[in-house]
Design a protein around this ligand. Structure first.
Ligand SMILES: Cc1cc2nc3c(=O)[nH]c(=O)nc-3n(C[C@H](O)[C@H](O)[C@H](O)COP(=O)(O)OP(=O)(O)OC[C@H]3O[C@@H](n4cnc5c(N)ncnc54)[C@H](O)[C@@H]3O)c2cc1C
Length: 297
């Protein structure tokens, strides 16, 4: 029996899920939507003829392939679709898994601050893979591609994407950006993020934020880093005016280097910082930007 992997594309999180599945099972098939992702090392890519995202319809397509094991990346979509698919398949679902062997899984709980060992009791097993917990392994071997039109129920399209709004990040996603400049309550206002946008732009990165900021309505929820936001793993993370609450840190543990900018030398974020600048965000960020502009000429 093979393992079916839901791939949202050929992005890093999808490839991490694919590596996880290949470690779990020697035979791996893929299900994708709209077009076949450019991946190798799997047997067959089943491409469902459904272009727009509709969680229940995607789950119905997965269920129609009668899988015994389903794996997806632990993204918002991966978790949402597999939750629906688990209901349709009468299966058991574990989210944020980092390791699995047969019916035994190790998964992250509490935003990654503890690991839980669990057993999946059920004939159909569904797992999402914790973001950035698995190193991508290279693959080869061209898969065959089979297109299919899933038989949907009327209710399957009740929730679906109806509109797309472009962001100003030039196509870079928060989850995959090499540099993330995040702002917290210490930035002071929505307008204060202009300076962070400028710095992120110069560094080829994107802007993120803390939950205090999304709660204040200064930035959209899609910008939030943390346990209930996006998990990031940039080469450089620059939290500005962010205290470093555990729920925030759960989202940026994967950062390779952390440069904290905060007026409080005792702020908890300092415990995780590789570098720190103690001072007012409103002065430090423009000063770094000016220096970068000078160096870049
Ligand atoms: C279930 C649950 C889930 C949560 N999920 C998330 C999540 O996903 N992401 C998240 O971020 N939070 C999350 N939170 C909220 C989290 O607990 C914190 O409340 C939040 O992260 C605090 O945001 P902050 O650091 O911006 O604000 P604060 O904690 O108020 O910190 C502001 C910081 O700015 C500094 N500062 C102030 N003025 C300046 C200045 N002028 N210049 C420089 N520094 C300055 C201060 O010294 C302070 O360190 C969650 C909470 C719960 C209960």
């Amino acid at each position: 029996m093979s393992t079916l992997v839901l791939l949202e594309g050929a992005d890093d999180l999808s490839l991490q899920a694919l590596t996880f599945a290949r470690r779990y099972d020697a035979e791996v098939d893929v299900v994708a939507f709209g077009e076949a992702p450019a991946v190798t090392g799997v047997r067959t890519i089943h491409v469902a003829e459904l272009d727009e995202y509709a969680p229940q319809a995607w789950a119905r397509a997965i269920a129609s392939l009668n899988p015994a094991t389903v794996v997806a990346a632990g993204t918002d979509r991966g978790n949402e679709v597999l939750a629906h698919a688990a209901v349709m398949l009468d299966g058991v679902f574990a989210a944020n898994v980092v390791e699995a062997n047969g019916d035994e899984v190790t998964r992250q709980r509490w935003g990654g601050s503890l690991l839980e060992q669990a057993r999946l009791h059920g004939d159909v097993k569904l797992m999402t893979v914790a973001p950035h917990a698995v190193a991508i392994e290279p693959t080869d071997g061209e898969p065959s591609v089979e297109r299919f039109a899933p038989q949907l129920h009327d209710a399957d399209l009740v929730v679906r994407v109806s509109e797309r709004v472009d962001t100003s990040t030039g196509g870079l996603s928060l989850a995959e950006a090499p540099v993330v400049v995040s702002g917290g309550r210490g930035v002071g206002s929505a307008e204060g993020f202009g300076a962070l946008e400028e710095l992120a732009g110069l560094l080829g990165g994107v802007v993120g934020c803390s939950r205090a900021v999304t709660s204040a309505g200064w930035r959209p929820h899609t910008d939030q880093v943390g346990q209930t936001g996006t998990k990031i793993s940039p080469d450089l993370y620059i939290p500005c005016g962010i205290s470093g609450a555990t729920q925030h840190m759960a989202g940026c543990k994967g950062a390779k280097k952390l440069l904290a900018i905060n007026s409080d030398p005792e702020a908890p974020i300092m415990a995780s910082a590789d570098y720190a600048v103690i001072g007012d965000v409103a002065e430090i960020v423009p000063a770094i930007t000016a220096e970068l502009r000078r160096v870049k000429g």
